[in-house]
Design a protein around this ligand. Sequence first.
Ligand code: LLP
Length: 404
Amino acid sequence: MKYKNGQYHIENINAEKIVRKFGTPSYIYSYDKIKENINNFKKNFKSIKPIICFSVKSNANLQILKIIKSFGLGADVVSKGELMIALKAGIKPDKIVFSGVGKTTKELKFAIDRKIFLINAESESEILEIEKLAKSKNIKVKIGIRLNPDTDANTISKISTGKKENKFGVNLQTFIKILNKYKGSNYIKMSCLSVHIGSQITSHKPFQKMLSIVKKSIQKSNHSFEYIDLGGGMGIKYSHKDKKLNYKIYCKLIEKFLKSFNSRIIFEPGRSIIGNAGVIISRIIYIKQTPKIDFIIMDAAMNDLIRPALYGTNHSIIPLHKKKTRISKKYEFVGPICETTDKFMLTKSYQKLKQNDYLIICDVGAYGMVLSSNYNLRPKAVEILVKNSKLKIIKKRQSITDII
Ligand code: LLP
């Protein structure tokens, strides 16, 4: 995904060609980028041979999941819907882990009937429910227990999950209580310790702290786990100011950790696999000039990409046709939705823009389309895959009649 002669290209295709054919706003993904990310992820953790389960919540497009499956990844799911789509993508049940604080009896039953790899339980009541179901079928169900390590992930506070005030997992005391209670159970096999402290983590330090707490907790519990599920959370660079996670150090820390335990590592990456493999192309509907600022009113809005409105995060917006000169001007990039938070970016200098220019919103492959909505009764955008210089619609644009 780069400029060639000032024109933005996705693989070898000029982005302008894509929008002329499919309109805007459009989500576009690059097959090569997904492949590159998966290969890099595998390379970075080669020495520990992890089981990699893609976090479906970050991108649940069936065709994307099929690609991810073709590279041998399993799935991390958090609902019956995600479990069903992972299975539909051809991911084998023995490569699927099921996380989440509120799995219903129906969801648990569905997962148990499909004989999935692991159910990562997050409370005593959930384990009781799993035991009840296993007992009724007279089988032993493999579970993970999610430990809340009370670790600050030093990320956006709204996507932090591993502190004691967060709803996720159980504290060490409960963790040990559960281990003791189900030690001899005929119906529950406690195979895994799972942990996930948050998302978009760009320093190895929170992971280091998490590993040290997990280590101490296992030693205290006196239980051996076949698997340690370290979740996902590896951050990506949304702007040149963002730091890049040092995978080498993270992997070394895990290697060191594994010296004390004979366990296999599971990862549940989402963003690091798909985040930078997708963009939105949008058209400028109008430019509204005011004394202090020009509002660039785009046809993509917070219903297409809610991350900036929800978390206050930034996605770079770059022009499809790049010009050589920039002007000093305050531009605010906004969508047409009737909400003040429907805005993406504020700049002080940019190239001169005009009505109908196209813009690229970068790094929207993860938590983009999955969090989109029909707010203001706006149809959801089309999703397109670029592979081998070919374009394929992988999800149709919704029509207004669809939603009405
Ligand atoms: N495993 C568990 C248990 C999770 O809760 C999550 C993400 C992941 C794995 C994948 O994390 P990743 O590798 O993608 O960081 N909507 C927010 C992110 C929420 C993440 C929720 N959990 C955003 O747009 O930034």
